[in-house]
Design a protein around this ligand. Structure first.
Ligand code: DCT
Ligand code: MG
Length: 395
């Protein structure tokens, strides 16, 4: 009989991928000796996914279809493509034929068709068609505006607006976020570098600590997972209620209050999708590197005008999340990402452990109580998972 202990062992250990090497296969005299098979656990939170992706062409194609589905209000299809892409990201080497994918989880007929198309013809007709489609291009351009979601873009497209120029000419009323988004469109489309993230981190830290001595500022999101660029910079600030004194640095800000009350709220899963942190989506004004050399102090309105007129700076999306100390570990785990890794953690908690995990707390449905944690490691332990460091959460 086929010895699969290597597989069950790695499943138990939560180890990602075990490659069935050719020699082992030949020893076992399996017919498909030429096929290198992969195996991957189906929950992304059982896998270690680094940034070292061996199948970028395939994962880019599936991610594009995921994005198109998400922009078209087809979240189910979006998640299916995201899961398929994430499985390929976890493979230890490039896929060369679809037979290698036999038995892998999360690869439905649709995703397999796309993969086969690319492996056999060099491209997927569906992906190429989507990329060229006027609708997809318009959805992309419009949702790239800070403050514009899929629903708004959809409405504008129905009104015949497909480009920024048409939007500006249309006389549509834009809210403050969208006005700022349009104004800084080109800047915000430029990826943010780690150096820029660090520079912003220093400014945020100084501002926060001056108001809240002892506050903790942690870089979260993609940069915490080791990414070198991002679409924004995400920070977790551990302190309950104070308003940040970043006037002069923020070109746009919108804060939401933390309305989470453990005692009153019952299970951790919030009623709406929106996490109930005090949160500030902002557009940050970051001076060019040479300007940053000198210590930045708070800008007066005159400074801001002068800076705008004479010196060079760029706008950067900055997402500030504030959490009370008691929720720190949950916020850290919940905001480090990737989005799919987070989704899979919550699915694992709910389906396999009868627990509700959010960015605020972990609730054990069987015991009927909240489980306290002060570190991410403790939360993984409660969930019966091997600890996965941020750099391996890039599902
Ligand atoms: N997050 C999540 N679910 C969402 C949105 C966000 O779990 N619907 C979490 C996971 C990542 C973190 O918040 C920050 O979000 P983004 O900045 O959108 O993601 P990112 O991984 O930091 O990507 P990028 O590097 O492009 O900023
Ligand atoms: Mg981010």
């Amino acid at each position: 009989p086929l010895d699969i202990s290597w597989f069950t062992e790695s499943m138990r250990a939560g180890r990602p991928v075990e490659i069935l090497d050719r020699h082992k296969v030949q020893e076992q005299q399996i017919d498909e000796a030429e096929v290198v098979a992969f195996s991957v656990p189906s929950y992304a939170c059982l896998r270690r996914t680094t940034l070292d992706n061996h199948n970028p062409v395939l994962t880019d194609a599936l991610s594009l279809l995921a994005e198109n589905a998400e922009l078209s209000d087809e979240d189910g299809r979006g998640v299916a493509f995201r899961r398929a892409a994430a499985v390929l990201k976890a493979l230890p080497e490039p896929v060369t034929g679809v037979t290698q994918l036999r038995g892998l989880p999360c690869l439905g007929g649709h995703s397999l068709r796309v993969i086969r198309d690319i492996l056999e013809n060099g491209a997927s007709s569906e992906v190429e068609f989507t990329k060229q489609s006027e609708r997809f291009k318009a959805l992309k351009v419009l949702t790239d505006i800070f403050g514009v979601g899929a629903k708004t873009a959809e409405r504008w497209i129905r009104d015949g607006i497909h480009s920024l120029h048409q939007l500006q000419e249309s006389g549509q009323t834009l809210n403050r976020a969208q006005q700022a988004g349009l104004e800084h469109y080109d800047d915000l489309k430029q990826p943010v570098t780690k150096a820029e993230a660090d520079a912003i981190g220093e400014i945020v830290e100084e501002a926060v600590v001056s108001v809240l001595p002892g506050a903790q500022i942690t870089l979260i999101g993609g940069f915490r997972r080791g990414k070198l660029t991002g679409h924004d910079v995400d920070f977790l600030i551990t302190h309950p209620e104070e308003v940040l004194s970043l006037q002069g640095f923020l070109l746009y800000q919108k804060t939401t209050r933390n309305s989470y009350l453990e005692a009153k709220d019952g299970p951790a899963r919030p009623a709406s999708n929106m996490d109930r942190f005090e949160r500030c989506f902002s557009i940050f004004k970051l001076a060019d590197a040479e300007k940053r050399g000198t210590k930045q102090t708070e800008n007066t309105p005159e400074d801001t005008c002068r800076l705008a007129a004479h010196s060079r700076w760029r706008a950067v999306r900055v997402d500030l999340v504030v959490s009370p100390i008691s929720q720190f570990a949950f916020a850290l785990l919940g905001w480090t990402g990737s989005k799919l890794f987070e989704r899979e953690l919550r699915r694992w908690a709910g389906h396999e452990k009868a627990m509700s995990l959010s960015s605020h707390a972990l609730y054990d449905n069987k015991q009927g109580r909240y489980l306290k944690a002060t570190s991410e490691e403790e939360i993984f332990t409660y969930l019966g998972l091997e600890y996965i460091p941020p750099s391996e959460r890039n599902a």
